[in-house]
Ligand binder design. Sequence first.
Ligand SMILES: [Zn+2]
Length: 275
Amino acid sequence: MEIVFLGTGGGRWVTITQRLKTGGFRIHAGRKIHIDPGPGALVSMKEARISPVDTDALIVTHCHPDHYNDAEILLEAMTQGMTKVKGVLAASETVLFGRDEVGPAISRYHRSKLAAVETLTPGKGFQVDEVQVAAIPTRHSDPTAVGLRFSTGEGVITYTSDTEYYEGLSDHYKGSRAIIFNVIRPAGERIPWHLCVDDVIKLVREAGPELAVLNHFGMKMVERRKAEALRVELETGVKTIAAMDGMVLTFAGGGVAYESIRGGGKTFKQAQLNF
Ligand SMILES: [Zn+2]
């Protein structure tokens, strides 16, 4: 199984300035699942030499543009230019139908060629062949936003999406091989509806994953993400890395993953992670 981080930026200003890329990430576990394709997802896929046509499911966790922007064009790719009935779209209620001033983000036309459309609500799940996907609750400014739990042949991978910390949140992350945290702010510099690194430390201690991956960085995290990942690791004893644009995590058996950076069809760096 591979997790491909097309973009590791998040929040308004990193997205507007493209200080980091914002194309979301993909899980390749037999079937190929794209999660939260923000602006530039298609461009980053071209750089990583991943064909957007080669997508089996698209998941959009909530209706903010750093998560949904490239969704419609990716649906056009998934359905081979809207010529085939194919693929699964799973998204929050706001993304699919809109609520109050928010959304929808995907037109009825773009929903019309999908083999299945799933509305993500906490506790509800669906299957993409051998990968079981379940929605996890969040506390975010889009009240229908969800996190995700992927049960794969290589173990459980969870993704917080955008949420703030609350008592009990970590229960949904127990048993994870890896947790991907959307962490906009460093240290204890908390803003409403989002995680800061001190929140991540609490969640890692409570949920006890094998590997923690920091992702979806706001402006204040760009320069500090590696140091903050090291701090999480030192304070929790859990292997922690900061995601990089183009990073691929390849999971092998027994607590080993390989971290590589890909771009322009090349692999620039490869390191073995033991955890
Ligand atoms: Zn958001």
